[in-house]
Design a protein around this ligand. Structure first.
Ligand code: IMP
Ligand code: MG
Length: 195
């Protein structure tokens, strides 16, 4: 195995960021906004021990940074879904592949998302959670692409509005790559064209 000397690390980083055309949000900008969101949640939910629910895997980075800026007791839980198209490839459906461990009834729920685009995935999951009778249910998303929203989603906490472009980094992937970039950037068109 190659030892990770500074020059090897630098080469790996250059390879990784080689596909990125433009950086939209720096690591510092993201962290500043996450801190603001964490302090808002800490104020709004003092004494309520909210249950923060995330959907794997994209939200991992945001939710772990957000949690560390929250100064009140909270509980953390995850769901996992898969997008699948059984008979009709043009009609994508969502399937729950991991449910929550926690009971929702009687809790104040905050649904935490990395990115809301059409809103269809989220509206499906919110319907499931509402049916379990939480005391309250609010949505917190770091990134929001409002341009082709198909479902009406009330957002209590929103980090950034983004243009209708495909972006990667800070948890967002392109075919499972680029999630671990600490910033958010646009992929070069030639990378997207490789599909
Ligand atoms: P939607 O709101 O149902 O359209 O789906 C939102 C999900 O699509 C997000 O949670 C992401 O996983 C994915 N997604 C949407 N836009 C992007 C993007 O620009 N980069 C990476 N993933 C995206
Ligand atoms: Mg997601």
């Amino acid at each position: 195995m190659e030892i990770m000397t500074p020059s090897v690390l630098q080469r790996a980083q250059t390879e990784l960021t080689g596909g990125i055309g433009r950086i939209l949000l720096s690591e510092a900008e993201i962290h500043q906004r996450v801190r603001e969101m964490g302090s808002q949640i800490s104020n709004d939910y003092a004494g309520l021990n909210p249950l923060l629910v995330g959907v794997l895997k994209g939200v991992m980075f945001f939710i772990s940074d957000l949690l560390r800026t929250i100064t009140i007791p909270v509980t953390l839980d995850f769901m996992a879904i898969s997008h699948y198209a059984p008979q009709h490839p043009q009609k994508k459906s969502v399937r729950l592949i991991k449910d929550l461990d926690e009971t929702v009834e009687g809790r104040h729920l905050i649904f935490v998302e990395d990115m809301i685009d059409t809103g269809l995935t989220l509206s499906y999951l919110l319907r499931i959670l509402k049916a379990r009778n939480p005391i309250s249910l609010e949505v917190c998303t770091l990134f929001n692409k409002p341009d082709h929203r198909l479902a009406d989603i009330p957002l209590k906490y929103k980090g950034f509005d983004l243009p209708d472009r495909f972006v990667v980094g800070y948890g967002l992937d392109y075919r499972e790559a680029y999630r671990h970039l600490p910033f958010v950037g646009e992929l070069k068109p030639e990378v997207l064209q490789l599909t």
